[in-house]
Design a protein around this ligand. Structure first.
Ligand SMILES: CC(C)(COP(=O)(O)OP(=O)(O)OC[C@H]1O[C@@H](n2cnc3c(N)ncnc32)[C@H](O)[C@@H]1OP(=O)(O)O)[C@@H](O)C(=O)NCCC(=O)NCCS
Length: 184
């Protein structure tokens, strides 16, 4: 089962194509201030495109990254889902000596800065989540971010995720998690 393409009133969500390399590089620089070379970006896009085919052939979930574009085809961002370690026992009443990781499916998103705060990430995420629930029957999905990423936490809230903050100081990469369960 291939995934997407998806449509919303203002957006299209589609597979990466080879001609997306310059856009993906610009997005990484603008959204994450990470300067990846065209060669690195091309390698990433090629791997992403191959993974769509190989995961489908292996009957695996469609983890990977997809392009978010306006209805006129202008690419403005990316959205995806990936396996993610989640040390759920940090929320236990007695702090664990060793956080134990469970594997969940985690959403991620990025929008080019000139398109921020127009509701695009929330619109894309809502459609993406609905499609993952409808087409794959995921029981639940998560999203992770840092304590100070108000924008990403805002997206989680707008799509109906419950937000939890890690009360421990470790692991350092596990700060804020959003959780949404299948509506069925
Ligand atoms: C996170 C990101 C994708 C949000 O994209 P966006 O299209 O601007 O998000 P939305 O317009 O859908 O905003 C949804 C809500 O988030 C909150 N929000 C968005 N930007 C915010 C900001 N700069 N400060 C505080 N809250 C913010 C608001 O509550 C907003 O709803 P509102 O505009 O109705 O008040 C974008 O900021 C981004 O690309 N950031 C860099 C990459 C990143 O951090 N990705 C997440 C990795 S964990």
């Amino acid at each position: 089962m291939r995934f997407p393409p998806l449509s919303t009133p203002r957006l299209r969500i589609r597979d990466f194509r080879p001609d997306d390399v310059p856009f993906r590089r610009e997005l990484t620089l603008g959204a994450f201030n990470a300067d990846q070379s065209l060669e690195q970006t091309s390698d990433f896009v090629g791997w992403t495109m191959s993974s769509y085919r190989h995961l489908e052939a292996l009957y695996q979930p469609p983890h990977g990254e997809y392009v978010v574009a306006l209805a006129d085809s202008t690419p403005i961002g990316a959205i995806g889902v990936q396996p993610q370690m989640v040390p759920w026992n940090v929320f236990d009443s007695k702090p664990p000596a060793v956080p134990l990781n469970y594997v969940e499916y985690s959403l991620f998103w990025a929008i080019s800065p000139s398109y921020w705060r127009k509701g695009y990430a929330s619109e894309a995420a809502a459609a993406f989540i609905a499609a993952l629930f409808d087409q794959y029957g995921f029981a639940r999905l998560v999203a992770l971010t840092e304590f100070d990423n108000a924008a990403s936490i805002g997206v989680m809230e707008k799509v109906g995720m419950s937000i939890m903050r890690n009360p421990l100081g470790y692991p350092s990469w596990f700060q804020v998690i959003g959780l949404i369960k299948h509506p069925g």
